[in-house]
Design a protein around this ligand. Structure first.
Ligand SMILES: NC(=O)c1ccc[n+]([C@@H]2O[C@H](COP(=O)([O-])OP(=O)(O)OC[C@H]3O[C@@H](n4cnc5c(N)ncnc54)[C@H](OP(=O)(O)O)[C@@H]3O)[C@@H](O)[C@H]2O)c1
Length: 215
């Protein structure tokens, strides 16, 4: 599968791009928003396209042309205001979903957030962020796409262990290395058990492939 990675210059995005580059099964096109980011990727032999989630849907359709899957791991980050959360995490994600539908890309893997599906658990301080994630996920579920929604817990920059805990609805808080989120996203691409599924992801004791098979 050729996967368009939206948010390819991000911390999870970079892991996804590097892991896809090494994959025997998949290839990658990295979507970034700056010329210098694209140049750097191309220097490393990676197909890269420049597009902005605040730009037109048409530019996203163009970016996705020729791909079999879209992986969405972009985000406005914690240092911008609620306006950018709406424009990127919600409207940007929905534009990406619409662009995938329009292009005929059937597979869509969304990096969401733990508890995005659970209003009662939303923290007061970043309620707007959960609202954006929640409704982007709901738009994806309502789309014609063959989706997988991955809801990771707090993200860590330590090395991945390859072992996770995956469940439909986790009650407890948890953390997971970004490297393991990337590996889970990629393993989901071709694991039929994850088709039209949403799940929570934290560190655990089970190998990623086995966790997905037991979903
Ligand atoms: N932080 C947490 O604990 C946590 C927990 C669960 C889930 N998540 C989710 O995990 C995902 C990735 O996290 P991360 O740590 O890898 O985030 P990150 O490092 O902040 O990466 C986000 C990426 O999104 C890109 N982006 C922002 N605005 C864009 C736009 N308008 N058009 C195109 N790309 C844009 C950024 O581009 P630039 O590089 O150009 O800035 C960046 O590369 C996000 O969806 C986040 O909501 C986070």
């Amino acid at each position: 599968m050729k996967a368009l990675v939206i948010g390819a210059n991000g911390q999870i995005g970079k892991h996804i791009v590097n892991q896809l580059k090494k994959s025997d099964e998949h290839t990658v096109r990295a979507m970034v928003r700056k010329e210098e980011q694209a140049e750097e990727l191309k220097k490393n032999g990676i197909d890269a396209v420049i597009a902005n989630l605040e730009g037109s849907k048409k530019s996203l359709v163009k970016a996705a042309k020729g791909c079999d899957a879209v992986i969405f791991t972009a985000g406005s980050g914690g240092s911008t205001g609620a306006d950018k959360t709406l424009l990127i995490d919600l409207d940007g994600a929905v534009k990406a979903i619409e662009a995938a539908e329009e292009t005929g890309v059937e597979r869509f893997v969304m990096v969401s957030a733990l508890q995005a599906n659970n209003r009662e658990k939303w923290s007061e301080k970043i309620r707007h962020y959960y609202v954006a994630k929640h409704y982007a996920d709901r738009m994806l579920e309502a789309s014609n796409l063959n989706y997988t929604i991955v809801r990771p817990g707090g993200l860590l920059n330590e090395d991945g262990t390859g072992k996770v805990h995956i469940a439909g609805n986790l009650d407890e808080r948890g953390f997971v290395p970004r490297e393991d989120v990337a590996a889970t996203v990629i393993a989901s691409l071709s694991e039929e058990n994850t088709h039209k599924q949403a799940f929570d992801l934290v560190s655990g004791e089970t190998a990623i492939a086995d966790s997905l098979k037991n979903l």
